[in-house]
Design a protein around this ligand. Structure first.
Ligand code: HEM
Ligand code: CA
Length: 324
């Protein structure tokens, strides 16, 4: 009798363990678009409102917020790690080469966080989710597509400056290295082309494309001459040039520029120079609608990189600091 009971208890325990294990693994991969529908339905409209005001004030901020989400996701996944300031225990990603004197928008994230916590009555929405939604709302505010953002990311308690230096692609990479870099994040060649299309928005500093102007042959000569005016051989490192001719408009001109060898960054032109991604670049240069809808898909894919979910991580009270 006793042993029968023991067996039943054992089986029940086993089943519970299996269910629990399944729940943990599936929830750690699962985000959902309705995550805040009950806990704070006012959150998403609040984010949109602050993003729209910031973009109205300065169009470039939309580009900067989009890039912030990208640079978050490529380091430890989309976990808000990029937002943490340096402390004794935090080696801030803000100081990594791809970010220092370059990445911007932290004050807007602070403004969004304050407004979201106000309307939700406390810290309900993670900083990582705020970054993902702000990127989406930025694109939409600059005439780009909108999409439903899968939500439920938690915030990291760590940052990794070394990983930021290693994993955020620098602009001097060639196509094979760009492909590998994206592949390491679970993104394919099509995602590389589509997400590089984010360079339809925003600006680059002279120091990031000088070598292309003065050393490379696969650049339209008149275009190179024009860029050299804003980017001399020496000095003017931080002078800005737009990444495409309409840096405040989400359109497909980035791709048509590439097909006429008017890419600003070396890494941009790598996507169209007789290699495996040429076809994709031509396709999106001819078909703006396809770019718009496929870009949204790739953004969702990028936003799903290694999120912390369920009991992992935390919801930060201050996006710049780990709780307590
Ligand atoms: C494919 C590899 C990529 C490389 C090598 C790269 C590199 C760069 C560089 C060097 C800049 C100029 C930064 C400066 O001068 O301060 C820049 C700007 C920008 N990048 Fe990328 N990027 C890449 C992919 C992406 C992706 C995937 C996104 C977003 C989905 C993105 C969004 C942006 C935006 C919006 C800007 C303009 C930011 C502003 O004006 O504040 N980039 N990128
Ligand atoms: Ca991160």
């Amino acid at each position: 009798m006793g042993s029968k009971r023991g067996i039943i208890l054992y089986v029940v325990g086993l089943v519970l363990t299996i269910i629990l294990a399944y729940e943990t693994t599936s929830s750690s991969a699962q985000l959902s678009t309705n995550f805040y529908d009950y806990s704070c339905p006012a959150a998403l409209p609040a984010i949109k409102k602050v993003v729209e005001a910031a973009v109205m004030k300065e169009r470039r901020m939309g580009a900067s917020l989009l890039r912030l989400h990208f640079h978050d996701c490529f380091v430890q996944g989309c976990d808000g790690s990029i937002l943490l300031d340096s402390t004794d225990t935090i080696d801030s990603e803000k100081l990594a080469n791809p970010n220092v004197n370059s990445i911007r928008g932290f004050e807007v994230i602070d403004d969004i966080k304050a407004e979201v916590d106000r309307v939700c009555g406390g810290p309900v929405v993670s900083c990582a989710d705020i970054l993902a939604v702000a990127a989406r709302d930025s694109v939409a505010a600059l005439a780009g597509p909108s999409w439903e953002v899968p939500l439920g990311r938690k915030d990291s308690t760590t940052a990794n400056k070394d990983l930021a230096n290693n994993d955020i692609p620098p602009p001097f990479l060639d196509l094979p290295a760009l492909i590998t870099n994206f592949k390491n994040q679970g993104l394919d060649e099509r995602d590389l082309v589509l997400l590089s299309g984010a360079h339809t928005l925003g600006f680059a500093q002279c120091v990031t494309f000088r070598a292309r102007l003065y050393n490379e042959a696969n650049i339209d000569p008149a275009f190179a001459e024009m860029l050299k005016k804003a980017c001399p051989n020496t000095g003017g490192d931080s002078n800005l040039s737009p990444l495409d001719p309409s840096p405040s408009e989400f359109d497909n001109r980035y791709f048509s520029q590439l097909t006429s060898y008017k890419g600003v960054l070396h890494s941009d032109q790598e996507l169209f120079k007789g290699g495996s991604t040429d076809e994709l670049v031509s396709h999106y240069s001819r078909n703006g609608e396809a770019f718009t809808s496929d870009f949204a898909r790739s953004m969702i894919k990028m936003g799903n990189i290694k999120p912390l979910t369920g009991s992992q991580g935390q919801i930060r009270v201050n996006c710049r600091k780990v709780n307590q």
